[in-house]
Structure formats: structure tokens, C-alpha cells
Design a protein around this ligand. Structure first.
Ligand SMILES: [Mn+2]
Length: 358
């Protein structure tokens, strides 16, 4: 595996490439052109400039998170062909710049949902949290307003104000889209982009829905082993792959994470590793990576990745906010650096035990 950190670009991220470079074992970043809206073209020049900036800091772009998929593609509306053509052009330009991994998601309206961005834990750290009761009590527009109020002056990806101002229209777009229709539109999109992915060896890696169940009555299709395997079979090409996000699949305790990883051998191109602490099945907060701080056995998750021969980029997913840091919720430097060190430690121990026949 290649240890990476997500980086939002020098004009948006509070964390610098120089800081990332000093985290032991981190050799690359997962980044994006942050200002791009779904459906926008990413030019070769823009990608090239980003690449040069990252390389000048001694790091490598290991992948893009995300090239966002437009609502037209997700809903299969008349604009979809134009947006798919643009997406193909983006992929071509990324391939020309030697970038071979693209993370994306196929979630309607909201990229992810949390009900608190700064829940205080016993040690004084703050974390993202989700309570189903809070979602049930809210209408989506109020949810957006409460998230917008609480982001340390930063804009959360997927929750851009321009987009969320249209939240009612977005809901109307998805009115006739059920799980099957959304799945069909996803398969259609993947089949259309597979030729350019094969040409440039670009691995598409779908991020699971977060949380892994329907919210606000919107369809959700990437939530379980059965559903992700169905997608792998529907477009049976190595370039149709997976971002294995332990914190997203893990919101549903019925998902056996190590078993899912093993069943996706050869198709996991990117891994997001993080731990969750469950107070109940529908009251969940993010935790430190350490197994004992949360509900997951992080050793078993990392071991499953090791056992399937995972060699793609991995990143500590969200971190807690600690040591007085002010950053985009979930994306501070300190706790993610601790997370990277912890995952690297697990990996080294698993690797040495295996090689020594322990
Ligand atoms: Mn994730």
C-alpha cells in the first residue's frame, strides 16, 4: 500500500504539503481541483499545474478524490450525454498527466450526512457524529443550514452553498429515481467511460454511501457486500473498482468489514481507514484510529487489506479535532497524522509477522 493524505489544494486546505511530507511514511496525496463543479471540464493545464505543485513538495498525486458526477448523469436526464463526454475528457486529461485513480460517489443530493460536526468527547477532542433521531426530526434544508453554521468558516465538499441553495430542485430531480433506476444509470455511466479508463489504465473507485442506508427518502445503492458485488459483476472490468471506506460501510453493523474486503480482492483500488464509536446502532461518532477507542477491530481491517495484496493508496479518513487545531471538520493535520502512523504500524507488524512465519 501507499500511505497518503487527502489534500484540498493550497487555496483551500489549512494543511500544507510541507506538513504532509513530514508525516512518517506518507509519500503521496489524494487531491482534487476543489473549485470544479460536477460537469465542469478539468483541463490538462490545470491538472499539470496541480501535479507540479505536489511534486515540488516531494510528494506524488496518487489519485483524485473526487471527480464529481453530475446530477444529470445520476438521474439519467437529457443532459447526461454532454456531461459524460466532459467526464471522459477529464479522465483523458488525468491519464495524460499520469494519474490513474479516480474516487467518486453516486449518492443523490447529499454526498454524506452528519448531524454534528463537533461533538465533544470525554478527552475534549471533537468529532463528526451522526444520530438518526436528529435526521428524522429535520427537513433537509434545515440540515444544510445547521451544517453551514458549524464548519469553521470552511466549505465542506459536497455541501457547497451554491448547490445546497437548490436543495428543493435537487430533491425534485430524484423524485422518480428509485434504487434500480439509480443503479441502471450508474452502470450506463461506467460502461460509457470504461474505454477511456482502459486506454489510460484509470481505476475508478466508487465510494460507498454514508451512512449506509437511505436518508431523507433518497435512494442508496452502495451500502453492503451484496450491492457492491452486484456492481462489480454488472461491469466486470478491473477499472470498475472500489474505494473501501471502513467508516462508511461500517455505519451498518451488519457489514462484516474484513469479510467484505476479502470478497473484493482485486477490485479495491483505494482504501479509507477510520474507526467509529457506536453508542447505539443509530448514534455513531467518529473515533481515533486505535481499535480500543472505537467499535472496529482496526487490526483485522488492515490485515484483510494486507492479505488480499492491496497495493493501492490508503489514507486515514477523517480525524478528530485535537490540540486546538482549526481546520475543516474531519480534515485537520494532527489526528490524521496520528492515524497514518498507527496504520503504518499495524501494516509493519502484520508484514513482519507474515515474513517471519509467526
Ligand atoms: Mn470515506
Amino acid at each position: 500500500m501507499k500511505m497518503t493524505l487527502r489534500w484540498y489544494g493550497s487555496s483551500h486546505d489549512t494543511v500544507t504539503l510541507e506538513q504532509i511530507r513530514q508525516i512518517p511514511g506518507v509519500t503521496g496525496v489524494i487531491t482534487t481541483l476543489y473549485d470544479k463543479q460536477p460537469g465542469d471540464l478539468w483541463t490538462r493545464e490545470e491538472i499539470h499545474a496541480l501535479r507540479k505543485e505536489v511534486e515540488a513538495a516531494g510528494l506524488k498525486i496518487e489519485g483524485i478524490e473526487s471527480v464529481n458526477v453530475s446530477d444529470a448523469i445520476k438521474t439519467g436526464s437529457s443532459e447526461r450525454e454532454k456531461d459524460i463526454e466532459t467526464y471522459i475528457e477529464c479522465l483523458r486529461n488525468l491519464g495524460e498527466e499520469d494519474i490513474h485513480l479516480v474516487c467518486y460517489n453516486f449518492m443523490p443530493v447529499f454526498d454524506w450526512t452528519r448531524t454534528e460536526l463537533a461533538r465533544k468527547r470525554a478527552d475534549g477532542s471533537t468529532v463528526l457524529a451522526y444520530t438518526q433521531a436528529a435526521v428524522d426530526a429535520l427537513d433537509p434544508e434545515k440540515m444544510f443550514a445547521s451544517i453551514a453554521d458549524d464548519t469553521n468558516g470552511t466549505v465542506m465538499p459536497g455541501w457547497e452553498p451554491e448547490r445546497m441553495a437548490k436543495v428543493k430542485e435537487l430533491f425534485a430531480l430524484y423524485q422518480d429515481i428509485d434504487n434500480e433506476k439509480l443503479f441502471e444509470n450508474l452502470v450506463y455511466f461506467l460502461e460509457r467511460i470504461m474505454p477511456v479508463c482502459r486506454e489510460y489504465d484509470i481505476r475508478m473507485a466508487i465510494h460507498p454511501d454514508d451512512p449506509a442506508w437511505p436518508v431523507f427518502g433518497l435512494p442508496r445503492i452502495i451500502t453492503s457486500k451484496e450491492k457492491i458485488l452486484r456492481l462489480m459483476e454488472a461491469v466486470d472490468d478491473v477499472h470498475n473498482g472500489v474505494t473501501f471506506c471502513s467508516g462508511s460501510y461500517g455505519t451498518n453493523l451488519e457489514n462484516d468489514l474484513p469479510d467484505m474486503i476479502r470478497s473484493l480482492k482485486g477490485r479495491i483500488h483505494f482504501a479509507h481507514v477510520r474507526n467509529l464509536k457506536f453508542h447505539s446502532p443509530d448514534n455513531i461518532e467518529e473515533a481515533a484510529q486505535l481499535s480500543s477507542d472505537g467499535t472496529f477491530d482496526m487490526y483485522e481491517i488492515v490485515k484483510a487489506l494486507y492479505d488480499i495484496g492491496f497495493d493501492g493508496p490508503i489514507r486515514p479518513d477523517h480525524g478528530r479535532m485535537i490540540w486546538g487545531e482549526k481546520a475543516m471538520p474531519g480534515y485537520g493535520l494532527y489526528d490524521r497524522a496520528l492515524g497514518a502512523a498507527y496504520i503504518n504500524g499495524l501494516w509493519e507488524a502484520i508484514d513482519k509477522a507474515k515474513k517471519r512465519g509467526i
